[in-house]
Design a protein around this ligand. Structure first.
Ligand SMILES: [Zn+2]
Length: 286
């Protein structure tokens, strides 16, 4: 079944020439995609879940666009705690003929383990005359999920085969969880889809991501940059798109910030202003 589906997708892909994103293009429809939802909680912090934060932020972006960019129609992939599949999200975007796809997510880091001394215990080893008393140190392992890592990044769909590893990993020696679903680039059909998307939309997606990151930087947030990844969440929409990671839910300060109304509005404003800047640039034909 899956093979048939892939074959049809490939057939459709080869017949369909994806039109490149044109200069002078009017941006009139924007898809806002709140990551995860329903049974899919996304990343978990000390007291909050990614799926709730992405929805709260996405609704605020929608409010800002509706209030201030009157010629832009907002299309949500979800407006409540439900889980549309990635395929369904792509279908919503494609059927609407949207011009941009913005997927909002929250970053996290893996658990790490610390061995802590809790005391000592006396044990006896050996037999008969060789029996000796030993004092052993007792440890317990504590699981941590907090990080000092902070900031925002924008991910675009592109081949990562020849790409450098994420800069944050180099900076901090700590890995970010590869939480978004990645495509298998070794599959030739997937490679074709990525190549087609890249040709049509990579440069405009990078421009959009750069515009959003610029706004976060203006707010004083740490800018982790725009990165290419083979993201499944962006691979089925035929329009420029970006996945914004708004901060680290495993960083206590950022978790508090992203749970606050003020923090959510600031994040929404950065993304809204980035969309607006991109729209103005695209419509001026530059
Ligand atoms: Zn996510």
């Amino acid at each position: 079944m899956r093979k048939i589906w892939l074959f049809l997708l490939l057939l459709a892909g080869s017949m369909l020439t994806i039109p490149a994103f044109a200069a002078n293009k009017k941006i009139t429809k924007v898809v806002l995609d709140a990551g995860h939802g329903g049974k899919d909680y996304g990343a978990r912090g000390a007291y909050s879940n990614e799926k709730d934060l992405t929805l709260a932020i996405v609704k605020k972006i929608g409010t800002l666009i509706n209030d201030s960019l009157r010629d832009v129609q907002v299309i949500y992939t979800r407006t409540d705690d439900t889980y549309p599949s990635l395929k369904e999200r792509h279908a919503i975007a494609n059927q609407a003929g949207a011009d941009l796809f913005i997927s909002v997510h929250i970053n996290s880091t893996p658990y790490w383990y610390e061995k802590v001394k809790t005391g000592t215990r006396t044990v006896y080893r050996g037999h008969g005359r060789k029996r000796r008393k030993h004092v052993e140190t007792v440890y317990k392992t504590i699981r941590h999920h907090t990080t000092q890592l902070q900031g925002t990044e924008s991910l675009v769909l592109g081949s990562i085969r020849n790409n450098q590893k994420s800069k944050a990993v180099v900076d901090y020696g700590e890995s970010i969880v590869d939480e978004p679903d990645l495509l298998n680039e070794n599959d030739p059909q997937t490679a074709i889809i990525i190549a087609q998307y890249t040709k049509a939309f990579l440069s405009s997606s990078v421009e959009l991501g750069t515009a959003i990151q610029q706004q976060f930087a203006n707010q004083g947030r740490r800018d982790l940059g725009v990165k290419q990844q083979s993201l499944e969440v962006l691979a089925g929409s035929y329009m420029p798109g970006v996945l914004v990671e708004c901060g680290f839910i495993t960083n206590p300060d950022e978790e508090a910030y992203m749970n606050s109304e003020q923090g959510q509005w600031e994040i929404a404003k950065a993304i809204y202003r980035g969309i607006k800047a991109f729209k103005m640039q695209a419509e001026s034909g530059k």
